[in-house]
Ligand binder design. Structure first.
Ligand SMILES: [Zn+2]
Length: 441
């Protein structure tokens, strides 16, 4: 199966509409999940991030069980993160309800303490991701066609005419966006002593930037036009920079809600799930992959061309990657790879082993990869025991990736359905690239 995942990660896959985007509204409607609980879990995961590359996931068990927050991350969860989560819980518990002035002061205190905790991650992300965003936006701006200048015909045809049209409308939003990222980056990187005023000013700049890119007035269109002009996926980088805006605003508004009060009134326990690694053997089985690729090909004459295409675009690259991994110190003598489980799957495996039902939602500091999303969806469909859901996927395909080993006899059934699903994705991606190359000559 793992050669299939490696092969898939080399193919251009269209974002899966059922997995991409924010699914929390749909989960509330279809599955009756509580928006408050979902947003709380996602917020707690995002707010636990203290290093630039942290990914956190969270889950809850609610009364009548003992209320507990389960936390897993890529690296072992440090004691500072546990303490910080306890601190947030206390903030939520002690939100004053009798006076707006007191509540506002309380909320500012919460944001300042959060910013102090996340400062290192924010600096790190602004240093790296911020620099890439600024460079990309600067280039995109410089390449916008000048207003009123005759445009030269270009071999790219359609792309050039879309570029010309966008030149008129995109200069202003691009400039504003660039300025906002530069302000935030300069402010954060140049600040010395972290007074509350510095932290709150940075938070307000994050809020403005978030509004500009992801706010209700910023349409999907702005981001897709921007990524077209920049020729690079900027939304993920921007999301990494402004990751605090949404969860802070969400908890801020939930602080006065009775639904949250019902959850946070209980004593709080944090249960840390250690990272898990599994050993997998990856060997390239060309015959099986070819059968998987041809699975949905209805016209047999495609097959010879498909074999050539797989050889050139997929098998060759998979071989290079696998050879590279065999030289990797983490792989064993027998060529098996030690692959860390993504934290949401380590968490799922732990929740699966509980004797009582956890809340059927896993909070994440960022959207899941497509494989984790699909694995968890398969788990919910196939497992007779319980469900779990996540807020959505950014549809990236990581390699290497590994599935968890679950308790009970549903492990094999889940894997069978998951492999079928991945095979179907592989077949459709192969078909897509085959027809694209076929028509473009
Ligand atoms: Zn994943």
């Amino acid at each position: 199966m793992y050669d299939l995942l490696a092969a898939l990660s080399f193919l251009p896959l269209k974002p899966a509409p059922w997995a991409s985007g924010d699914q929390r509204g749909g989960l509330a409607k279809r599955k009756g999940l509580s928006s408050t609980a979902m947003h709380l879990l996602d917020a707690l995961a995002a707010l636990a991030v203290s290093e630039p590359d942290d990914v956190y996931t969270t889950a809850l068990t609610l009364p009548p069980q003992t209320l507990a927050l389960y936390v897993s991350a890529q690296a072992p969860v440090p004691a500072t993160a546990t303490k910080h989560l306890q601190n947030i819980w206390s903030f939520l518990q002690s939100a004053p309800s009798e006076s707006d002035v007191l509540l506002t002061g309380h909320r500012y205190g919460f944001v300042a303490s959060q910013m102090r905790y996340s400062w290192k991650a924010l600096r790190g992300r602004l240093q790296v991701d911020g620099a890439i965003v600024i460079a990309t936006l600067t280039t995109a701006l410089a390449q916008l066609p000048n207003h009123g200048m005759p445009t030269t015909p270009s071999p790219q045809g359609q792309d050039q005419s879309r570029r010309d049209q966008l030149g008129e409308t995109m200069r202003e939003p691009l400039t504003r966006l660039l300025q906002s990222v530069q302000n935030l980056r300069t402010g954060v990187l140049s600040s010395g002593v972290l007074e509350d005023s510095v932290l709150l000013r940075a938070f307000s700049e994050i809020g403005q930037l978030h509004k500009l890119v992801f706010g209700p007035d910023a349409t999907e269109r702005l981001l897709s036009d921007l990524e077209f002009l920049a020729g690079a996926p900027l939304s993920k980088l921007l999301a990494r920079i402004v990751w605090l805006a949404e969860p802070c605003a969400r908890l801020w508004s939930l602080m006065s809600s009775s639904k949250l009060g019902a959850i946070v009134s209980h004593p709080f326990n944090v249960i840390v799930i250690p990272p898990l690694t599994r050993q997998v053997v990856v060997s390239l089985d060309k015959h099986r992959l070819f059968s998987a690729a041809a699975g949905t090909t209805t016209t047999p004459e495609l097959c010879p061309g498909l074999a050539d295409l797989l050889e050139t675009y997929v098998f060759h690259r998979v071989e290079i990657v696998l050879t590279g991994y065999q030289g990797d110190p983490t792989s064993t003598d027998s060529g098996a790879l030690n692959v860390p489980l993504h934290p949401e799957l380590a968490l799922l495996a732990h929740l699966d082993s509980l004797l009582y039902d956890p809340y059927p939602y896993i909070g994440m500091s960022e959207p899941a990869c497509l494989l984790c999303h699909e694995y968890i969806a398969t788990y919910s469909e196939v497992s007779w025991r319980r469900e779990s859901h996540v807020r959505g996927s950014d549809c990236h395909l990581p390699f290497p990736w590994v599935a968890p080993s679950l308790h009970g006899n549903h492990d094999a059934r889940i894997m069978r359905d998951f492999v079928d699903l991945v095979s179907a994705m592989f077949a459709s991606a192969c078909f897509e690239i085959y027809t694209h190359l076929g028509t473009s000559g």
